[in-house]
Structure formats: structure tokens, C-alpha cells
Design a protein around this ligand. Sequence first.
Ligand code: GUN
Length: 286
Amino acid sequence: MIIMDGKKLADKLQEEIAQEVGFLSKQGIIPSLAVILVGNDAASQTYVTMKAQACKKVGITSILHEMPANITQTDLMTMIENLNQNSNIDGILIQLPLPNHIDTNVILESVLPSKDVDGFHTQNSGKLHSGISGFVPATPLGIMSLLKHYAIEIQGKNVVIVGASNIVGKPLSALMLNAGATISICHIHTKDLSLYTKKADIICVAVGKPNLITSDMIKQGAVIIDIGINRLENGKIVGDVDFANVAPLSSMITPVPGGVGPMTIVSLLQNTLKSAQCRLQNHKNK
Ligand code: GUN
């Protein structure tokens, strides 16, 4: 059994990104990410801080816009429109979840698709489902990089994804399908989860429920990708998989922390870099 080291791979990728950022900077392009955080959700604040630290490490400028929880949808859209127009900004990230009085879909649709480094605009999700290049959401992108690094074959495999969110489950299913896997997407209404997981060659879980996946639910030799991040009462961070009992049965497994999490962040940096590279190209073409 191999524990897949997302932290180590992310560190290596960060070094490569830093080099590219240096190259762009010499040509007058400083890759820049605008991050919008609405309200004071503790988890969101933690994620935003981690993203800002990672940007700093590779030389990407990140600008945090902290907005009060009672901001109106109109004011939020005006702010996004200003960032859309700002030619020094390569990426716009709106940290989710947004407060209930704001229509998340309307807000995500107001981000210019060419600056949508989260890949949440329907123009980018539509491209993903059609197999056309665009921005791919960071967590699924990071998972695919990790699988590639560990030379895990996807074509012809039975892949089970537990969790059908727009952020992880759905885009991950598109990437896996595009890579030739047979996909099952399980969710809250799935009647017998183990019926699916027992047949899976690769299981990806993004639900947010500690110990959801237990050793009796998996096939010997399966690859386990744990996307859950749960803080237990004792402060310990765990995923959605009963790691101690599932790991010995698996061929490869991601730990939590240190697996998918660091890959998500590095993928956001990759997307921001990609947008800045497009900016340079557009300058040259003028
Ligand atoms: N909230 C939870 N995950 C994410 C993510 O990947 N991007 C954004 N913007 N918000 C999130």
C-alpha cells in the first residue's frame, strides 16, 4: 500500500510555478488573484489565508476583498464588474459559501470566464463537459495531477465518486469520463452506497462525514482518494475514510491532511498562472 503524498508533489509543482511567475514578471506581467470573502465563516477564512500564503510563496499577488455578510447582491456584482475590467487582475475567486440572501449562481456567472480561475462559470463547466480546454475547478484538477503523478491508469476503470457537488463531484466525474473511466456518482439519495463502492477500482469521496467509507465497503487493491476535511471535537483533522482500517486493503490512498488539500491549492495557482500567461500572449498579439 502506498500513501500518496500530495504535500510533496504540491511543493514540487509550486517550485515550477514560482519559476514561471519569475519569467512573466521579467516581461512586466505580475500574476494577480483577487479573492472575495463575504462574511466571517471560520473555515472560509482559513482557506482564504492558505490560498494567500501559497500565492505569496510563488510570487503571485493576491488581493483580499473582505466584505460584510450583509453586502447586497448588487454591490457584490459591481465589485466583480470592476475586477472584470481591471487589466492587472488575472483571476477572480469568490470564496463559497455565500450568505443565503445572495444568489450564488448569479454571482458566479458574473465573473468573466477568462478570469474564472475556480472554473465555476457555466462557460468553463460546459467546456469541461465537452472536453474543451478551459478553467477546471481546483480540487478535481489537483486529484487528476496526483493520479497522473502516481501513474494510476484511469481508462477502462470503474470510478465511484461519492458526493455530487458543483465544486468537486460533478467536475471530477467529467474529468474521469473524459479520461475513459466508467463513472458512478453517488449522493445523499443513493440507496445502497456499498453496492457501488465494492465494485470500484478508484473511489473518490467528498462528503464531509468522518468514517463514511469503511473497510467492508471496498474492494481489495482499490485506489482511495479522500477529499473530505472534517475537524473532530478534539481538534484533529480527518477525511471521510476510516483510514486506519481502509488503508491496509487499498493499493494507494491519500491521507488527510497532506493528500488532496495541498493539490487543490497548487491547482488554483496553476490556473492563475495560466490566466496570466494568456494576458502576456494577448499583449504580444496587440
Ligand atoms: N469553498 C469550498 N471549496 C471551494 C473552492 O474550491 N473554491 C471556492 N471559491 N470556494 C470554495
